[in-house]
Design a protein around this ligand. Structure first.
Ligand code: ZN
Length: 71
């Protein structure tokens, strides 16, 4: 799947939770996400960098991006 020239890959974390690889970054599925619409937060969100980048998908396609990574 290609979105804006970047590859979107759905995978699992080592804990078995859904994860998204996009544009060289890893995103974790927000716990509150239900149904076809999903909010993904950068895996560095809880790290020191407190990255606020997010991706929103609907039926596994990106519908919204906030690409402001701090790392
Ligand atoms: Zn980030």
């Amino acid at each position: 799947m290609l979105v804006h020239g970047a590859e979107l890959t759905f995978t699992l974390t080592r804990f078995g939770k859904p994860a998204l690889l996009y544009d060289g970054y890893r995103f974790n599925l927000n716990n509150k996400s239900t149904g076809p619409r999903a909010l993904w937060t950068c895996s560095r969100a809880r790290a020191k960098s407190q990255c606020k980048a997010t991706v929103t998908t609907f039926n596994n396609q990106i519908i919204k991006r906030n690409d402001v990574h701090h790392h």
